[in-house]
Design a protein around this ligand. Structure first.
Ligand code: FE
Length: 339
């Protein structure tokens, strides 16, 4: 073998083995998340790397079906979605490829990543209550929401929604299956009305006095707090918010996250993008676009509502562990009639 051919052979085997050698010039992102800061988020990546981003945005299930149907021919490189239970669902279907990255391991706390996907922002599941209907000391924990003293006062979106299933999974991890089932039954017994609407609808119903207490993701409240609309201001003025479980395991947090797809044709670009999402600038765009918190603790976001809500003790349960109990949570909620 001539020297030149040998060098070429070594280089091409390196290129095959190491994504860092691939000269990817494009990146195909399948995203179930869309926010106003996305243009800046993606534009900055292209500016820094010269890699052009093609975005396919659709609902979670549509994207997953598409990835499955495309199989080994899928052009998708990265999948972005919200909620640990949805990321775990995608993972169980085998769509992700493991990513080993010193950058991601250094930037993202261990409990907020798995070997196959990474969290990039966090949101808290908070309690909101109407102080004219419920006393503060009655609603300091998730467990208290099942207390018979709150009969006819609790409002919720569907128990089958991933946000509630993830909370149920956290309850199972901390309190066990039996206590979680009793808790779910207690919630159902306390319903002010059958579950309907989204989290914002629950907050508004609490403000209107139709419910005394509800649970909602923090960004829905932050969105109302940052709103200029008179009606939204009125809602915010009529309610109080609680960081649940500050004396025990901490407030349940959930995430937005992303992973590299198994058949990604541009694996080098995909890893670069996953690492970029953990950079200071991208963290600020990614989190602030939806009033969430960055996962990289040194990154600070100027968000008046989040500043006003202040600091809290968050649950540190590993996000992958939480995902393990989502299916059990669904079975418990079904038995309890929390639909
Ligand atoms: Fe949401």
């Amino acid at each position: 073998m001539s020297k030149r051919i040998l060098v070429t052979a070594i280089l091409s085997s390196l290129a095959a083995a190491s994504p860092a050698f691939a000269a990817d010039t494009e990146l195909n992102i399948y995203s179930a998340r869309h926010y106003q800061t996305d243009e800046a988020l993606y534009g900055e990546f292209t500016k820094q790397t010269g890699i052009k981003i093609n975005r396919i945005e659709a609902k979670e299930d549509e994207l997953l079906e598409r990835i499955r149907n495309e199989g080994a021919n899928s052009p998708g490189d990265v999948f972005i979605t919200v909620d640990a239970s949805r990321l775990a669902h995608a993972d169980r279907q085998g769509v992700f490829a493991p990513v080993k990255s010193a950058v991601l391991e250094e930037r993202i706390p261990a409990h907020l990543r798995t070997s196959n996907w990474f969290s990039y922002s966090t949101r808290a599941r908070i309690i909101v209550y109407n102080p004219e209907l419920v006393k503060a000391e009655q609603v300091q924990t998730y467990e208290q929401l099942a207390d018979p003293a709150l009969k006819g006062k609790f409002c919720s979106r569907s128990g089958s929604h991933p946000y509630n299933l993830s909370l149920g999974a956290a309850m199972i991890e901390h309190n066990g299956i039996d206590k979680t089932e009793a808790w779910a039954k207690g919630l159902v017994d306390n319903f002010a009305r059958a579950p309907k609407g989204g989290d914002t609808d629950q907050i508004k119903a609490v403000a209107a006095g139709e419910c005394g207490v509800a649970i909602a993701n923090s960004y829905y409240l932050a969105r109302l707090m940052n709103s200029d609309k008179t009606a939204d201001k009125k809602v915010v003025d009529s309610i109080e918010a609680v960081w649940p479980n500050q004396q025990s395991w901490g407030t349940h947090v959930n995430v937005s996250g992303a992973g590299m797809l198994k058949h990604a044709p541009n694996k080098g670009a995909a890893v670069k993008f996953l690492e970029y999402l953990a950079s200071d600038q991208a963290q600020a765009y990614f989190a602030n676009g939806n009033n969430e918190w960055p996962v990289v603790s040194s990154v600070k976001v100027a968000n008046p509502a989040l500043e006003k809500l202040g600091e809290f003790k968050a649950d540190t349960l590993p996000i992958g562990k939480l995902a393990d109990s989502v299916a059990e949570a669904q079975r418990i909620f079904d038995r309890a009639g929390y639909r």
